[in-house]
Ligand binder design. Structure first.
Ligand SMILES: Nc1nc2c(ncn2[C@@H]2O[C@H](COP(=O)(O)OP(=O)(O)OP(=O)(O)O)[C@@H](O)[C@H]2O)c(=O)[nH]1
Ligand SMILES: [Mg+2]
Length: 212
């Protein structure tokens, strides 16, 4: 198979997923919780901005607080019902994206790699894949996919609309229908906790202590 042209990061829009219920954090709006004094979504925005051409936030509550960060903010459309899960955020991102590619990043994983996008874009172009999905080494030594870190072409919207309209809600069940490259972030020098996500306040505080 022919290898694609290199995928320039300016062609990628990053969407910060902050639209969840945050139930394990007591129902708070997770993206607005402070991480070392900075709201998680803003921290994510600062880490992601240098890596992509465009950026937006997907949130479903406190929209004006998110708008104060200075990038477009889009809530989920009502089509899947309230809080349908991360794929609702993927749909919102794909619908609002004005570049050929979309990268999804959750708001609760503040130490994600500074070279996330470059490595995912390289792998996607090299393998001529429909999706690139990040993966990290777990404590048990297994490589585990992090499907919420997902790079795709905007032409995937039609497939996602079909999948979700049929009741599908799991990211990996959807990406498995297409050609997906898994991108491991386990090189020497990669942050071991790069994909740790804060689902509870205790986890958030543990991560604050780990920031270099
Ligand atoms: N747009 C949108 N994003 C969601 C939804 N549910 C989860 N997410 C996002 O998906 C990512 C992973 O979510 P989780 O950490 O599993 O879920 P959460 O809703 O934030 O928290 P819990 O309710 O504790 O599971 C986060 O970035 C969430 O903001 C949703 O219904 N809509
Ligand atoms: Mg989470």
């Amino acid at each position: 198979m022919e290898t694609r042209e290199p995928l320039h990061t300016e062609a990628i829009t990053g969407v910060i997923l902050a639209g969840g219920r945050g139930s394990r954090m007591g129902g708070v709006d997770k993206g607005l919780q402070n991480f070392n004094g900075v709201p998680l979504a803003l921290h994510t925005l600062m880490r992601l901005s240098p890596q992509v051409g465009q950026i937006m936030i997907n949130a479903n509550r406190n929209l004006s607080a998110y708008e104060s960060f200075g990038v477009p903010v889009w809530p989920d459309s009502a089509s899947l019902g309230e809080y349908a899960g991360p794929l609702a955020g993927f749909i919102t991102g794909l619908e609002r994206c004005e570049t050929p590619y979309l990268l999804t990043v959750p708001c609760d994983t503040p130490l994600f790699p500074a070279d996330l996008v470059a490595r995912m874009a390289d792998a996607m172009a090299r393998e001529n894949a429909d999706f690139a999905v990040a993966a990290a080494r777990e404590e048990d030594g297994q490589l585990r996919a992090q499907p919420v870190f997902c790079l795709m072409g905007v032409n995937m919207l039609e497939s996602l609309a079909r999948f979700t309209q049929a009741g599908g809600r799991k990211i990996d069940a959807w990406t498995a229908q297409h050609n997906t490259v898994i991108v491991p972030f386990d090189r020497p020098g990669d942050e071991v906790h790069g994909f740790f996500n804060a689902n509870t306040l205790a986890e958030l505080h543990q991560l604050e202590a780990r920031q270099p």
